[in-house]
Design a protein around this ligand. Structure first.
Ligand code: COA
Length: 158
């Protein structure tokens, strides 16, 4: 389905998003595509989220269409690099929204944190849909790291 990027917007995550992000992070495919596949407890998530909201180098945005939250994108900034984590609500996948959240996310992080020059994405070798999203957004493969359990493909865009 063709989506119009203008129909979507990003807003900064706030303390009221704690349970939304908790549900998303423990969704089955999100866990499978993460480097640590264990389920995350509510206590661990609460601690992580509260610290994240205070962390000046971490930027978490919620993708919205009208009043509906559709996904999240996070950037962890270190020097001039920002590493991406993102996901789309299971009910809205495979509709072109993954491509849109990355595009809007990059526009936003480079405005909100103007020292960012390079966006870094590390994706499991098995996560073909996410790899397509990065390639469609102009990322280039930078290298591959093989762990004993899985392969990680690193993409970069400057
Ligand atoms: C990865 C993820 C964010 C992609 O979001 P999405 O909204 O489903 O992605 P899109 O609809 O924009 O599709 C991206 C590409 O994958 C393809 N794709 C996505 N789901 C597909 C499916 N079920 N079957 C076939 N192709 C599919 C699309 O055709 C598209 O390819 P194209 O750019 O060549 O047209 C989403 O699947 C997700 O949240 N996964 C769990 C979390 C995750 O893996 N996060 C990324 C960690 S690096």
């Amino acid at each position: 389905m063709q989506q119009r990027k203008n129909d979507f917007y990003l807003r900064q995550a706030n303390s009221e998003d704690m349970m939304l992000l908790f549900d998303w992070v423990n969704e089955k495919t999100v866990r499978e595509n993460s480097f640590s596949t264990d389920m995350i407890s509510i206590d661990k998530h609460k601690e992580w989220f509260q610290k994240s909201l205070q962390n000046k180098d971490r930027f978490i945005y919620i993708l919205m269409k009208d009043d509906l939250p559709l996904g999240q994108i996070r950037f962890d900034v270190s020097d001039e690099e920002a590493e991406i984590d993102y996901s789309i609500d299971k009910a809205y996948r495979n509709k072109g929204i993954g491509n849109i959240i990355i595009s809007l996310g990059i526009e936003r992080i480079t405005k909100d944190c103007n020292r960012v020059k390079t966006i870094v994405a590390k994706v499991k070798g098995t996560n073909a849909y996410s790899q397509k999203c990065f390639i469609r957004n102009g990322f280039e493969e930078y290298g591959k790291i093989s762990d004993s359990d899985y392969e990680i493909v690193e993409y970069r865009k400057s």
